[in-house]
Design a protein around this ligand. Structure first.
Ligand SMILES: Cc1cc2nc3c(=O)[nH]c(=O)nc-3n(C[C@H](O)[C@H](O)[C@H](O)COP(=O)(O)OP(=O)(O)OC[C@H]3O[C@@H](n4cnc5c(N)ncnc54)[C@H](O)[C@@H]3O)c2cc1C
Ligand code: SF4
Ligand code: SF4
Ligand code: SF4
Length: 404
């Protein structure tokens, strides 16, 4: 039987699953709700291919040069594209041009029947299926094989996803330099939450259909995380974290992330893909654009430069000490919220305690009047302060590296 990455380090990228020619690896979910590969010992011939492909076992890191990285504040000039996107609509605009000019294929995460899966599109109306952040790990089994088939036919492919998925693709195809037509876009990723928690929340809220995880109803700059649901019975509701969406609260506070996300090899500079997209948090410039959304774009290499060289994108070079401080996941692979995390015990917690207890525990939203929970609240504050201190230290080290 192959020895794949451990439960603590596996990113759930699924590159190993696509590498198996004997149909003996499948996508599965761990007891706490995280995507993992599952080996069928009856079919496995112990060829070792999956171990060769795994980016974690092989300690794969970015092949980009730190000195080539350049940061921009940017947005699409097309308001329709920008409105459907999370920040400045850069992904949608690049995808639009990739399909119309190159007749290319675009790959990314789509919300399908309350789950998130990677799909391939090649028509402009389908771009909206990939737009917008879905705060759940996308199922990528099968997508690396499809990508390789397209590349081998000489097609242009734009592959997007979280950094671990981009690295999963690079490891799967082995030598990215063989594929001139492959372009990659990663979203900066602070982690993915447990699918068990997501399903529990849906069940408790009587949700029939999840519509979105974020929108711009209140404008981008005010923080636009909000779950929109169609309830059983047809009523549409929109819950912001402070309106008791405890799934978003728990995700925002990093309490139920995948274990690998607390120590993510790929959440640092130099970044993995050709282009990196983030929200430009902490922005001080271009105030007139805040309502509609501004992306922080990091161009990591020549292919990234080609993608951003687009007349439909407004881009302004920006300094690292302006754009990094409010977005630690760009430069800091360690997240010390692991000290408070329930990720290892979610199955037990969700099955044992009533909703009211889980609500406090998993979202850490505790009223000052609630004295029983006060020691826990103090602990959350202390850990929060340690995290801030650690992030500032790591930021200073990264800024020194970037200046040298
Ligand atoms: C799980 C997750 C965590 C994130 N954490 C941060 C963060 O800490 N800081 C920050 O600045 N930005 C974060 N982002 C990225 C940010 O929300 C925007 O995606 C980014 O600003 C790009 O915006 P856009 O307007 O250009 O495009 P959009 O249209 O918003 O982005 C669409 C792109 O996101 C990809 N995508 C959406 N959901 C998923 C998913 N579940 N898995 C893989 N790919 C997905 C699509 O494939 C597509 O490439 C996160 C995104 C995700 C999905
Ligand atoms: S060792 Fe070979 S046959 Fe077994 S799961 Fe891995 S790739 Fe498949
Ligand atoms: S290839 Fe990806 S999913 Fe498979 S074991 Fe390695 S990290 Fe986990
Ligand atoms: S934080 Fe890292 S390991 Fe977790 S989903 Fe994002 S890129 Fe993958």
């Amino acid at each position: 039987m192959p020895k794949l990455a451990s439960l603590k380090t596996c990113t759930g990228c699924m590159a190993c699953v696509d590498s198996c020619k004997f149909d003996s690896l499948k996508l599965s979910y761990s007891i706490n709700g995280f995507i993992i590969p599952k080996v069928d010992s009856n079919k496995c011939v112990e060829c070792g291919k999956c171990e060769i492909v795994c980016p974690i076992l092989n300690k794969e890191t970015s092949k980009n040069e730190l000195s080539n990285a350049k940061a921009y504040g940017a947005w699409s000039i097309n308001d329709k594209i920008r409105e459907k996107s999370t920040s400045g609509g850069i992904f949608g605009q690049i995808a639009f041009d990739f399909i119309t000019k190159n007749k290319g294929y675009v790959i990314g995460a789509s919300l399908i029947q309350n789950s998130v899966k990677h799909i391939v599109i090649s028509h402009v109306p389908d771009i909206q299926k990939l737009q917008g952040s879905k705060y759940l790990q996308s199922e990528t089994n099968g997508i690396y094989l499809k990508t390789l088939e397209l590349l081998q036919k000489g097609e242009h492919v734009l592959f997007s996803g979280t950094p671990c998925q981009i690295q999963g693709l690079y490891s799967y195809i082995r030598n990215r330099n063989n594929y001139e037509n492959l372009f990659t876009i990663e979203v900066v990723c602070h982690g993915v939450p447990s699918t068990s928690l997501y399903k529990y929340n849906i069940e408790k809220n009587n949700v029939d259909k999840v519509i979105s995880f974020r929108d711009k109803v209140d404008g981008w700059h005010k923080g636009s995380a909000a779950m929109t649901y169609i309830l059983r019975g047809g009523k549409k509701i929109r819950l912001k974290p402070k309106n008791h969406d405890f799934f978003l609260n728990s995700f925002g506070r990093d309490l139920s992330l995948r274990l690998s996300c607390y120590n993510c090899t790929f959440s640092t500079l130099p970044r993995v893909s050709d282009i990196t997209l983030a929200d430009y948090w902490g922005i001080k410039d271009w105030e007139n654009e805040w309502e509609k959304g501004v992306s922080l774009v990091i161009v990591n290499n020549e292919k990234g430069r080609q993608l951003l060289n687009n007349p439909n994108i407004v881009k302004h070079p920006t300094e690292w000490d302006k754009c990094l401080p409010k977005n630690p996941r760009i430069y800091n692979c360690k997240n010390l919220h692991s000290l408070l995390s329930y990720s290892n015990r979610l199955n037990f917690i969700l099955k044992t305690f009533p909703y009211s207890v889980n609500y406090f525990l998993l979202s850490a939203r505790i009223s000052n009047k609630n004295l029983i929970w006060l020691p826990y609240k103090i602990l959350v504050k202390i850990i929060g302060a340690i995290v801030k201190f650690y992030n500032r230290r790591t930021l200073n080290k990264m800024l020194t590296k970037l200046k040298s």
